[in-house]
Design a protein around this ligand. Structure first.
Ligand SMILES: Cc1cc2nc3c(=O)[nH]c(=O)nc-3n(C[C@H](O)[C@H](O)[C@H](O)COP(=O)(O)OP(=O)(O)OC[C@H]3O[C@@H](n4cnc5c(N)ncnc54)[C@H](O)[C@@H]3O)c2cc1C
Length: 468
C-alpha cells in the first residue's frame, strides 16, 4: 500500500480523491490524506459552469447524478447524457452603447449550459470521499523536503516530508500539489529544480528563479484584467425587467458574463475590465478586495439599459486581479514523486469557464494511473511523467486559447470587429463574423473528449508495465 497525499482540498484535490477511490481495486487499497490549509473545506467565488466535456468525466467518476440535482440548465436534458441534441448554451451581445445591444453570437452545445453554486459542487464531491481517506483541515503546508533514502529498501524510492505551519510534519510516498494558483508545492518544486539544474550564476551574481528563462514561469502573472464578481438576486433584477436578456440563458454582454445558479435565485455576475499595459506584470496590491458598488458602476457608464438594470442590483461586489500561469514547462519534481494538479499546474484566464473542468480532467487521468494495481513505488516517477506528458501541454493550450477568446469578447482581437465600421450594416456583418469565430473557439468543450487523453495515458502505462 502506498500513501498518496493531496495538498489542497479544492475542486482538484477532492476530484483526485474521488478518482482514486473509484479506480483503486479493493484488494490493493491506497492510503490517502488530504491536507487543507483553511479550517474547513470551502471554495471562493460563487457560480461555476460545467461544460459537456467535464460532465463526461463526472459520469466516469460517479458524481454526475448527485451533481445534476444542484444544477441550473438551459435545457431539460440530463447533463453528461451523451445526447447529441444541440441546445442554446449562451449568447454574446455587444452592450457598450446606450441603445439596446446587438446579439451577434448564439452558441449551442449538447444539453446547453449547466451551472451551479461552487459550494454545492464541493458538498457533492465531499459526500463521495470514502471514510477510509483522511481530510485534515487547518494544515497549511509551508514546504516539503525529500527524506534521506532508505538504504535497506529494495528500490531507490524516497519518501517526502511535509512541514506545516502548526509545526507538525507528515510523510508520504507521493505528494500531489492541488493547492491552487498560489501553490506552495509548485514554488518548492521550482526553487529546488532551479537550484539544481539552472545556470548557477551570471557574471558572479546568482541567477534568481524570477529571472530564469525556464523557472520564472512558476510565478503567476497578472493578465491585466480585473474581474468584478457578485451575486444578483434574480427576483430583484427580473422585477425591474421580466424580459431581461439573462432570464432564460447565460450571456456574455461583452464583457460581462452572467448565468443563474442556486435554483435560479441568483444571477452570477462577473464583469471583466482590462487595464491596458498590465499584462505579464507582478500585481502590486491585494489580488482580491471588496469594493464599492460605485466602482463597478463607474466602469460601465453609457452601456445598454439591461446592463444598467444589473448594476442597480449589484451588492457586495469584490474585485479580483485575474492571474494566470504562462505555460509551466514541467509539473513533476526532479525526484519524480511530487506532481501538480489543477490551478497549481495551469491557472488560466477564465474566459472558457474551463479551469475547474481542466482540474477535474487532471484528477481523472492522474487518479486512474495511480490507481492501477500494477503500479508499484518504483514506477511512480515514470507514471507521473506520463500524466505530465498527457495533461500539461493540453491544459497549457486551453489556457492560451482562453486568453485569445477573451480578447475576442473585448473586440480586441486583430482581424475581427474593432469598432471601426461606420455603417450599421457593416458593423453587424463584422460582429456576425466575430460571433461565428467565437462559436468555433468553443467547440472543443463538446466535440472533443478526455477519453482520447486517457487512451494515450493508458497506452503509455501499458508499455511501461510491460517493459519493467
Ligand atoms: C472569475 C472566474 C470564473 C471562473 N469560472 C469557472 C467556470 O465557470 N468553470 C470552471 O471550470 N472554472 C472556472 N474558473 C476556474 C476555477 O475556479 C479554478 O480553475 C478552480 O477553482 C481550480 O481548482 P483547484 O482545486 O485547482 O484550486 P483552488 O480552488 O484554489 O483550491 C486550492 C485549495 O488548496 C488550499 N491550499 C492552498 N495553499 C495551501 C497550502 N499551502 N496548504 C494547504 N492547503 C492549501 C486552498 O485553501 C484551497 O482549498 C473560474 C475562475 C475565475 C477566477
Amino acid at each position: 500500500m502506498s500513501r498518496e497525499v493531496t495538498d489542497g482540498g479544492g475542486i482538484a484535490g477532492l476530484a483526485l480523491a474521488i478518482a482514486l477511490n473509484r479506480y483503486t481495486p479493493p484488494e490493493s487499497p491506497l492510503q490517502v490524506d488530504i491536507y487543507e490549509g483553511d479550517p474547513e473545506l470551502r471554495t471562493v467565488g460563487a457560480g461555476i459552469t460545467v461544460w459537456p466535456r467535464t460532465w463526461a468525466v463526472m459520469r466516469h467518476l460517479g458524481v454526475r447524478d448527485d451533481l445534476s440535482r444542484v444544477t441550473v440548465q438551459t435545457s431539460s436534458q440530463t447533463p453528461g447524457s451523451q445526447a447529441d441534441d444541440l441546445c442554446p448554451a449562451f449568447v454574446a451581445r455587444k452592450a457598450d452603447q446606450l441603445e439596446e445591444g446587438y446579439t451577434f453570437a448564439r452558441v449551442d452545445a449538447p444539453v446547453g449550459s449547466t451551472t451551479m453554486h461552487r459550494r454545492d459542487m464541493m458538498d457533492v464531491f465531499l459526500s463521495h470521499i470514502p471514510s477510509s481517506y483522511t481530510v485534515h483541515t487547518s494544515k497549511r503546508l509551508l514546504r516539503y523536503v525529500q527524506a534521506a533514502p532508505d538504504s535497506t529498501a529494495a528500490t531507490a524510492h524516497t519518501r517526502i516530508i511535509l512541514h506545516f505551519s502548526d509545526g507538525t510534519t507528515a510523510e508520504a510516498d507521493v505528494l500531489v500539489g492541488a493547492d491552487g494558483i498560489h501553490s506552495t508545492v509548485r514554488m518548492c518544486m521550482y526553487e529546488d529544480a532551479h537550484d539544481r539544474e539552472c545556470v548557477p550564476s551570471i557574471l558572479g551574481d546568482v541567477l534568481a528563479r524570477e529571472n530564469c528563462a525556464r523557472c520564472a514561469a512558476a510565478s503567476p502573472r497578472w493578465t491585466s484584467v480585473h474581474s468584478y464578481r457578485c451575486l444578483i438576486p434574480t427576483e430583484k433584477l427580473y422585477a425591474l425587467n421580466p424580459e431581461h436578456a439573462t432570464a432564460s440563458i447565460g450571456a456574455v454582454l461583452c464583457h460581462i458574463i452572467t448565468y443563474q445558479i442556486s435554483g435560479r435565485k441568483f444571477l452570477n455576475f462577473v464583469a471583466i475590465c482590462r487595464e491596458p499595459g498590465g499584462e505579464g506584470a507582478l500585481y502590486p496590491g491585494k489580488w482580491v478586495s471588496d469594493v464599492s458598488r460605485d466602482e463597478v458602476v463607474s466602469k460601465f457608464i453609457g452601456w445598454e439599459p439591461e446592463v444598467e438594470q444589473m448594476l442597480e442590483c449589484v451588492d457586495n461586489p469584490s474585485r479580483w486581479a485575474i492571474h494566470a500561469l504562462d505555460k509551466l514547462p514541467f509539473a513533476v519534481s526532479s525526484a519524480g514523486n511530487v506532481v501538480l494538479l489543477g490551478d497549481a499546474m495551469h491557472a488560466m484566464p477564465p474566459n472558457f469557464g474551463a479551469g475547474g473542468g481542466q482540474a477535474i480532467e487532471d484528477a481523472y487521468v492522474l487518479g486512474r494511473l495511480l490507481a492501477s494495481p500494477h503500479v508499484s513505488l518504483a514506477h511512480i516517477p515514470a507514471v507521473l511523467r506520463i500524466y505530465e506528458r498527457v495533461r500539461l501541454p493540453f491544459a497549457n493550450d486551453v489556457s492560451r486559447r482562453s486568453r485569445e477568446v477573451g480578447l475576442m469578447y473585448e473586440f480586441n482581437a486583430p482581424g475581427y470587429y474593432d469598432g471601426s465600421p461606420t455603417t450599421e450594416e457593416h458593423e453587424r456583418a463584422q460582429l456576425d463574423t466575430l460571433g461565428e469565430a467565437i462559436g468555433e473557439m468553443w467547440q472543443w468543450q463538446w466535440t472533443e473528449s478526455v477519453d482520447s487523453l486517457w487512451a494515450l495515458a493508458e497506452k503509455e502505462l501499458e508499455t511501461l508495465l510491460s517493459d519493467s
